[in-house]
Design a protein around this ligand. Structure first.
Ligand code: ATP
Ligand code: LTN
Length: 337
């Protein structure tokens, strides 16, 4: 974001949890799009560490993953001068606004969230209140900055919808408090599937190592995982998400990494076996990752630089967040000193 943060450019906000190694799904579905948008928007990209606490984290790993995600944002092409790259817990207004929004969010609507249902099923021993009210904190992230557009994968659509509902509800009670944000979910890459089970989305907290490709995987790991990827027994390379979810997922990934359309790829590989599709996909992923990994490995050694980026950008984010929070407190009738 440029110095003139308050200027008229529309605002983009998005967040990724430092809850594990960043996957190919996170990259193609979300992070890659961030860099494409930073010319026309004022952008904030957040490491949402408070959200990560809704499932148990090992403290030392959470710290490491926070710094890694910061480095990966930058290595993926986001300039930390032009974009506000920062950490959620460094800007206390997120938690403060989340409390307010909790008071305007209904139990019924939170109970319908599929992420809550999925995570409660995965973590039966820890169905905590934070997991339930997660969308109110996410709404706070977005609404604090008067965000216009939120680039995310398809799994987050429902959370953007509840954010819009909360914003509209409060706007109609108190006048114009918040900009009502729109999701930005490019259809083709909105849902990258697991390599082991193409009926599930690729997820960074998946325990099966072969299900996910991480942005820091070595080229030989990518090749090995691709070779093991589940396809089908029909042996024809076609895009058909219903009948051939594994093959279609590989085609989506290959298309996203090579820049070629799925149709062109299908024509090129006509009559060839799945081995060719898998090897080409692995190579395209490795080519996409190589410059990002090189930059990541350079940045991650420079903890001082990364900490400096987080410190400086926390200040910029706080200045923006404080304006919205002040307005909300005032309009709701909290006594002003
Ligand atoms: P976790 O497994 O810890 O829930 P996750 O892999 O689902 O993590 P998030 O941090 O929740 O990742 O998501 C970061 C961004 O990546 C979000 O915008 C989300 O929609 C997007 N995303 C996550 N998985 C995929 C996927 N498989 N395909 C496309 N986009 C994805
Ligand atoms: N809930 C998101 C991460 C997230 C987010 C946000 C995304 C937290 N706050 C604000 C966009 C905007 C997830 O689980 N992927």
């Amino acid at each position: 974001m440029s110095q003139d943060v308050q200027a008229k450019k529309p605002v983009i906000f998005s967040g990724v949890q430092p809850s594990g190694r960043i996957t190919l799904g996170n990259y193609i579905g979300a992070i890659r799009n961030f860099a494409l948008l930073d010319q026309e928007y004022d952008c904030l990209y957040c490491v949402v560490d408070l959200h990560a606490l809704t499932v148990r984290q090992v403290p030392a790993e959470l710290r490491r993953q926070t710094l890694e995600l910061t480095a990966l944002y930058i290595a993926s092409g986001l300039d930390p001068q032009r974009n506000i790259i920062y950490c959620q817990s460094h800007v206390p207004q997120h938690a403060e606004l989340a409390w307010i929004l909790n008071c305007f969010t209904y139990m019924g609507e939170l109970g319908r969230m599929t992420q809550f249902k999925d995570k409660s099923a995965q973590h039966k021993d820890n169905i905590n209140a934070g997991l339930f009210t997660y969308p109110a904190l996410m709404a706070a992230d977005i609404l604090l900055y008067q965000t216009n557009l939120v680039p995310v994968g398809a799994d987050q659509k429902q959370h953007i919808e509840i954010t819009r509902d909360i914003a509209q509800r409060m706007n109609s009670l108190y006048g114009d408090l918040f900009v009502v944000p729109e999701p930005y979910i490019p259809k083709a890459t909105a849902r990258i599937m697991s390599l082991s089970d193409p009926s599930k989305k690729m997820s960074k907290s998946d325990e099966d190592e072969n299900a996910t490709i991480t942005l820091l995987d070595k080229p030989e790991d990518v090749r090995r995982k691709l070779r093991r990827a589940v396809t089908d027994s029909d042996a024809s390379i076609r895009f058909d998400e219903e009948q051939k979810p594994g093959v279609s997922n590989l085609l989506t990934i290959l298309s996203a990494c090579s820049g070629k359309s799925v149709d062109a790829l299908v024509q090129e590989m006509e009559g060839q076996g799945y081995g060719v599709l898998k090897d080409r996909t692995a190579e395209a992923i490795n080519e996409t990752f190589a410059p990002i990994q090189a930059e990541f490995h350079r940045l991650i050694k420079d903890k001082e630089y990364l900490t400096g980026v987080l410190r400086e950008n926390a200040g910029r984010a706080q200045a923006l967040a404080a304006r919205t929070l002040r307005k909300v407190y005032k309009k709701l009738g909290l006594y002003q000193l």
